[in-house]
Design a protein around this ligand. Structure first.
Ligand SMILES: Nc1ncnc2c1ncn2[C@@H]1O[C@H](COP(=O)(O)OP(=O)(O)O)[C@@H](O)[C@H]1O
Ligand SMILES: [Mg+2]
Length: 427
């Protein structure tokens, strides 16, 4: 069940749109999938049977005690609320500590992600120790908060026991006072101890549930999150790009930073358009709008005269191929990385795309050629090589709209010229 939940969370995350991922931190998301689900899992694993069996025990023992001596049993019940107060109190405490623990966990995950993805920079700037210090501090915080929750969980048991001991003491006094027979006392005494055992178990369980609820709430929050970019219920299918792309009075701002204002632009099919501007001027933003990673605040982006917001998202994106500044390679073979998202393409098609992107030569020089695994994020390849794989990937997609976002920035001028001519052939 926890596994299903994790898959559901992951699936919902995959559906969310870019604005969400710009807001969320990687550490937070990883913690939600791993840590929060784990909190729930430990709770469920240790707990569900207790929640069923113990109340049954309480009811049956209570009935038994009533049968022996109902007056005495009711007297004992007076002590019951005395148990409940610390249980609720420590449950709340554990919950608060768990919240802080999760926060520390998130920061730690973020730090780890940052460290491993930025190792080169960290080493170059000599930041290893700074990172370790930050990690240590977070670790200590994590341990402190974990200890708090463990303490809360462990303390409720003895507290319930103390209360039950007081009860037993009172019982002995009562028995002496009323001069009841010894066998009565023994039976009742045993019953009472049996009565408090399930209460103690439930008390600990309550604290555990309070802890798990922190994780559960965070998971539910993700499951409730709706994509900002939504498809119309009756979205128009896109069979083939035919006429033009149009930006019609488009304005757009990230949060409060306006990047594009009143952009009018018509790009007919078969034409080539280059956009020049200094860095930070909004070139990539225009591409984000074209792919509908974001919706414009005013105006509309149109494909063949239809507003992107009315079109089937998957289908219109299939008309486009993107080669961006940051090349994303997956830990797959070279061939699989090129064929990405294209099921059933042949080795010939892959090689032909690679040749066009001037990648064939370096690929065949790799240890296992096209079957070489590139390693996570393609760390085993040079920047220019990665870029060429990304270009080959765009070529094989054979989409009518090819979008290059500073795609040749990582290439030397010779390779740039070659790729440029390949792109020219394509058009
Ligand atoms: N996800 C984002 N959230 C907030 N601001 C952003 C985001 N992406 C880009 N910007 C801002 O928008 C402006 C344009 O960025 P961008 O389109 O990437 O420029 P270019 O591609 O021309 O270098 C920059 O000032 C940048 O700081
Ligand atoms: Mg850019």
């Amino acid at each position: 069940m926890v596994n299903d939940l994790r898959v559901a969370v992951f699936q919902n995350l995959s559906r969310l749109s870019m604005p969400f991922f710009n807001r969320a931190t990687t550490g937070d998301l990883i913690t939600r999938i791993n840590g929060d689900a784990l909190l729930l899992q430990t709770c469920l694993a240790s707990g569900v049977s207790i929640l069923v069996s113990e109340p049954v025990a309480i009811v049956s023992i209570f009935t038994g005690l009533c049968l022996i001596d109902w007056q005495l049993t009711l007297c004992m019940l007076v002590l019951f609320p005395v148990c409940v107060i610390p249980i609720v109190h420590f449950g709340k405490k554990a919950r608060k500590a768990t919240g802080k623990r999760v926060a520390a966990n998130i920061d730690q995950s973020s730090l780890a992600v940052e460290m491993f993805s930025g190792m080169r920079v960290i080493k170059a700037f000599g930041l290893e120790n700074t990172q370790v210090d930050r990690f240590r501090e977070l670790s200590q915080q994590l341990i402190r908060q974990t200890m708090k929750t463990v303490r809360s969980r462990e303390i409720v048991g003895p507290l319930v026991e103390t209360v039950s001991m007081i009860g037993i003491g009172a019982l002995i006094l009562y028995v002496v006072h009323t001069a009841r027979s010894m066998p009565d006392l023994v039976v009742f005494f045993t019953g009472l101890i049996m009565f408090y055992t399930p209460i103690r178990k439930l008390a600990r369980m309550h604290v555990r549930i309070e802890e798990a609820s922190v994780g559960a709430q965070r998971l539910i929050h993700i499951l409730d999150e709706k994509p900002d970019i939504l498809e119309q219920p009756k979205a128009r299918p896109v069979i083939e790009f035919q006429q033009n792309i149009e930006f019609d009075g488009v304005s757009f701002a990230y949060e409060d930073e306006t990047v594009v204002t009143g952009l009018n632009l018509k790009i007919p099919k078969g034409s080539k358009l280059g956009i020049v501007g200094e860095s930070g001027s909004g070139k990539s933003t225009i591409i984000n709008l074209l792919f509908r990673f974001h919706d414009p605040d005013a105006g509309s982006v149109k494909l063949d005269g239809y507003d992107l917001r009315d079109l089937n998202i998957k289908e219109f994106r299939r008309q486009m191929a993107l080669v961006s500044q940051e090349v994303v390679l997956f830990d797959l073979t070279v061939a699989e990385n090129i064929a990405l998202g294209q099921t059933g393409c042949t080795r010939e098609q892959i090689e032909s795309a690679a040749r066009h992107a001037h990648a064939h030569e370096f690929i065949t020089a790799l240890p296992s050629g096209y079957n070489t695994r590139v390693g996570e994020r393609g760390v085993t390849l040079s920047g220019g090589q990665r870029q060429r794989l990304a270009i080959a990937r765009a070529f094989i997609r054979n989409a009518p709209i090819l979008v290059l976002d500073e795609a040749t920035a990582a290439l030397d001028s010779k390779a740039e010229g070659e790729v440029q001519s390949a792109i020219d052939q394509l058009a």
